[in-house]
Write a protein that binds this ligand. Structure first.
Ligand SMILES: Cc1cc2nc3c(=O)[nH]c(=O)nc-3n(C[C@H](O)[C@H](O)[C@H](O)COP(=O)(O)OP(=O)(O)OC[C@H]3O[C@@H](n4cnc5c(N)ncnc54)[C@H](O)[C@@H]3O)c2cc1C
Length: 586
């Protein structure tokens, strides 16, 4: 377990009932000391001992980092930042629209609102490649102020980039002006309060700039949870989740965000759109489906009503080693299709990710020492498990004591029928304790000269194995062509009865000056394999700018043209997030 205690998703320590927010006062706490070149705030949550273990593993697999690669991030005040394209009188007029909200043209504020959190974003910041910044950052504090800002942007020919937590990994918050004069980034940081809980109907209403932990801090003391825990949970927002069709790590139980939302208030350039579908409704098509996942191109989510769940009284982890990836996939399918007690989390690592998980632990950490030194040799022999092929699976069951018992019983039954070895609670609990800390590891590896990135897709159970083969072959071939070694690992997660997500982690030694080329080669190869093989273009990261070139092919032109006509209706001047989601018009 990581020694620096990452935040577990348990927020029962919150103070009594949340005060009713006054209009316009909903302001979330800015994270202290933002690591503008990396993840989160404050110090890294990875112990040096743990980082060293992982570096040893990567050196063995990939060779050491190349000369000149990596290094510490620059100082913020050493960067040279392009000036804003907004004039002072214009800025003053914009400020005059805000009575409680704020606006800034300061360089640092613009820098902090111009990059997402993909590894390429972080490398560009680390290399001080700051060619483009947003021109002004606005924090409206009421729905009326959001409306006024959009009207201002239309009148002054400004593109508007909505900003939640800025954790997009697909270029969703890039300051693209499109055909407009300049860019205004509209942050939801001052619209970030819980609004109400209807415990009888299990519905809770929030302003959309609220961060994940604040949602749970409001709900858990009242006996509820939203159940949405993406890895970016601590720094992403409800509005961002809705806009990207986000999926949390417990989606097998709670569903993705599109299955949780029951109503919303959106500001569009055409006016305020309010929808409510707390129950099923047959009065025509459901437009909400079009706004969820629209990535800030149709309107700005300012409020949402979410379905919430009573907190489950029991939660238990179990883990297993399966003989190989195909046995592991079958095991996962069987468990996910169990009608009575599907797991809330089910993650199955392929051989490479299993090796990294087992080897990359420091001696002081649970699974590493105990498993490897004492139990492993004996048990692996007994079960005839080959360390070069075996795959780690972890699962979590939530519910009443008896349903949790039943879940664990089925887990063990399934692993026996697939030749697996039960490892008990430890590995799952270790994963849970560090699940929000992993992004800090990426920062450490970037400093050490390795490039780390993730990509994801999903497919039906029937296609999962072949799709995975295609993606891995494409990635390895691309690395081979580029003449650099690559560590390619995958896991399966976000399981459903019909299929599952597949999530890839890539690590390559940075070739100084060629990092962008390395990344593009890998990303292109993987995405082409995914689209060619019928995997989803994205399972939960969204389209943004990065996936836009493939969106026609992946979704079909009749779909994407339909999206565009909605865009033309709700955003006639095309100010909202140009260059994202929609294929370029021809
Ligand atoms: C380390 C890491 C781990 C991640 N793990 C997950 C994961 O487990 N699951 C997952 O789903 N995603 C994950 N992501 C991706 C990212 O966190 C999600 O896309 C998230 O939903 C973005 O939320 P945000 O508040 O940061 O939105 P932002 O990054 O600020 O914005 C995302 C997009 O939505 C638009 N937008 C933001 N707020 C609004 C609003 N109120 N109204 C209209 N448009 C808006 C933006 O313009 C942009 O196009 C991860 C990212 C990182 C860096």
């Amino acid at each position: 377990v990581v020694s620096e205690s990452p935040t577990p998703p348990n927020f029962t320590r919150a103070p009594g009932p949340a005060p009713e927010p006054e209009k316009g006062q909903g302001r979330r706490e800015a994270p202290s000391l933002p690591r503008w070149w990396g993840w989160g705030s404050g110090e890294s949550r990875y112990s040096r001992e743990r980082v060293q273990k992982i570096l040893d593993f990567l050196r063995f697999r990939l060779g050491g980092p190349r000369e000149g690669a990596g290094g510490p991030p620059p100082e913020l005040h050493d960067l040279s930042l392009p000036p804003s394209r907004l004039s002072r009188p214009e800025f003053q007029r914009l400020r005059d629209l805000l009575s409680l909200g704020t606006a800034s043209m300061e360089g640092e504020e613009r820098l902090l609102h111009s990059f997402g959190k993909s590894s390429m974003d972080l490398l560009r910041l680390r290399h001080a490649q700051i060619s483009k910044l947003t021109d002004v950052v606005v924090h409206p504090a009421s729905v009326e102020e959001v409306q006024a800002v959009l009207a201002f942007a239309e009148d002054h020919d400004l593109a508007v980039v909505p900003w939640g937590g800025g954790t997009s990994v697909v270029g969703g918050v890039d300051p693209e002006e499109g055909s407009h004069r300049a860019v205004l980034t509209l942050s939801l940081a001052r619209l970030a309060e819980p609004l109400s809980l209807d415990a009888t109907s299990r519905l809770a209403r929030f302003q959309c700039g609220i961060y994940g932990p604040e949602i749970e801090r409001y709900l858990q003391p009242r006996g509820f949870t939203l159940g949405h825990f993406p890895q970016s949970f601590e720094y992403s927002t409800l509005g961002g989740w809705l806009s990207t069709r986000s999926s949390g790590q417990e989606s097998s139980r709670y569903g993705d965000i599109s299955q949780m939302v029951r109503g919303a208030k959106l500001v569009t350039p055409r006016g305020l759109l309010v929808w409510d579908r707390s129950t099923s409704e047959a009065a025509g098509p459901d437009l909400s489906e079009v706004f969820v996942g629209s990535e800030g191109t149709l309107g700005i989510f300012v409020e949402a009503t979410m379905r919430v769940h009573p907190r489950p009284p029991e939660s238990r982890w179990d883990a297993a080693l399966l003989p190989d990836w195909y046995a592991a996939l079958e095991f996962a399918r069987e468990l996910s299709q169990s009608d009575e007690t599907p797991p809330s989390v089910l993650r199955v690592s392929d051989t490479e990710e299993t090796a990294l998980t087992l080897e990359g632990r420091a001696p002081s950490e649970t699974l590493g020492s105990r498993f490897r030194d004492r139990l492993a040799p004996h048990l692996l022999d007994l079960k005839k498990l080959d360390p070069e092929a075996m795959c780690l699976a972890i699962a979590n069951f939530q519910g009443t004591a008896s349903s949790v018992d039943e879940g664990v019983r089925r887990f063990r039954q399934a692993l026996r029928s697939h030749g697996g070895l039960d490892l008990g609670r430890g590995p799952g609990e270790a994963w849970k304790n560090e699940r929000f800390a992993l992004p800090y590891l990426r920062d450490e590896l970037l400093s050490e000269g390795y490039f780390v990135e993730t990509l994801e897709t999903a497919s039906s159970w029937s296609d999962l194995g072949p799709l995975d083969q295609e993606v891995k072959t494409a990635l390895r071939d691309a690395a081979h062509r580029g003449k650099f070694p690559a560590f390619v690992a995958a896991h399966l997660s976000h399981t459903e009865t019909t299929g599952s997500g597949l999530y890839y982690t890539l690590v390559v030694p940075q070739l100084p000056g060629r990092e962008e080329e390395q990344w593009e080669a890998l990303k292109r190869a993987a995405t082409e394999a995914i689209v060619h093989h019928g995997g989803t273009l994205s399972h939960h990261h969204g389209v943004g700018r990065l996936h836009r070139p493939w969106v026609d092919q992946a979704r079909g032109q009749l779909t994407t043209r339909g999206w565009r006509s909605l865009k033309e209706f709700y955003d006639p001047k095309g100010i909202l997030n140009p260059g994202k989601v929609h294929p370029a018009s021809r």
